[in-house]
Design a protein around this ligand. Structure first.
Ligand code: PEP
Length: 250
């Protein structure tokens, strides 16, 4: 009932030329992959190259961040209407690297999510605990707090249009994937939280992606967990063959 989403987060990698070269190899291999929604999130400056390369494929393009106001004197920022006009359909919000290095908070996550939805973008809202928080036994408290600040204030109609990504910070870019059981338990907790806030049906319909060192050889085990509905993939999404193997995990 929940169509998987396989999203690549390219972080600060690839030029426009490398973006086009990726799509040339990746596009044909996933051309028949209608079982999942496929999203590539390049750096802002490469969105036009990605949109152009994805034309006449079912691959959609997303951004890695967005500002919450439509326009104004905010040097360096990019607004949701600008992203939509450039051809983006999705946007990652609240990635742990933005929280860690660029002062992202649950409050800004909420404002960005609302702004993205107003521009008809589909937010992928990221949550996840740091290693010391997991070791202290506070994973669920952290996830509940991030959800409370970041998405709890959404209306039912707004909530129906978001995707959540559970990304344990200790698993991102480290090669330490959460085991399917650890990831599955966190996803189950998140779905229960969503059920309490938004109701059983909306919570059951919400896609919750896993992110953190997803690779071709661990995606199948992760996807076997009932509450894991796809993946947000960093490093392994940069190589066309490896991301195609993740998309076509079955
Ligand atoms: C990410 O950037 O969201 C991510 C999960 O990275 P990686 O797959 O490299 O751990």
């Amino acid at each position: 009932m929940r169509k998987p989403v396989m999203a690549g987060n390219w972080k600060m990698y690839k030029t426009a030329g490398e973006t086009a070269a990726f799509f040339q190899k990746f596009g044909p291999v996933v051309a028949g992959s209608s079982h999942a929604e496929i999203v590539i999130c390049p750096a802002f400056v490469n969105v036009p190259a990605a949109v152009e390369a994805a034309r006449s494929t079912s691959i959609e393009v997303g951004a890695q961040d967005v500002f919450w106001l439509k326009e104004g004197a905010y040097t360096g920022e990019v607004s949701a209407p600008m992203l939509a006009a450039a051809g983006c359909k999705w946007v990652i919000i609240g990635h742990s690297e933005r929280r860690q290095y660029f002062g992202e908070t649950d409050e800004t996550v909420f404002k960005k999510t609302v702004a993205a939805l107003e521009a008809e973008l589909r937010p992928i809202v990221c949550v996840g605990e740091r290693l010391e928080e997991r070791e202290a036994g506070s994973t669920e408290t952290v996830l509940a707090t991030q959800c409370a600040g970041g998405i709890r204030g959404l209306s039912a109609e707004q909530f129906a249009r978001i995707v959540i990504a559970y990304e344990p910070v200790w698993a991102i870019g480290t090669g330490k994937t959460a085991t399917p059981e650890i990831a599955g338990a966190a996803h189950r907790f998140l779905r229960e939280y969503l059920q309490a806030r938004f109701g059983a049906e909306p919570a059951a319909a919400c896609r919750i992606l896993y992110g953190g060192s997803v690779k071709p050889d661990n995606i199948k085990g992760l996807m076997a967990q009932p509450d894991i509905d796809g993946a947000l993939v960093g490093g392994a999404s940069l190589d066309p063959a490896s991301f195609a193997a993740i998309v076509n995990f079955g």
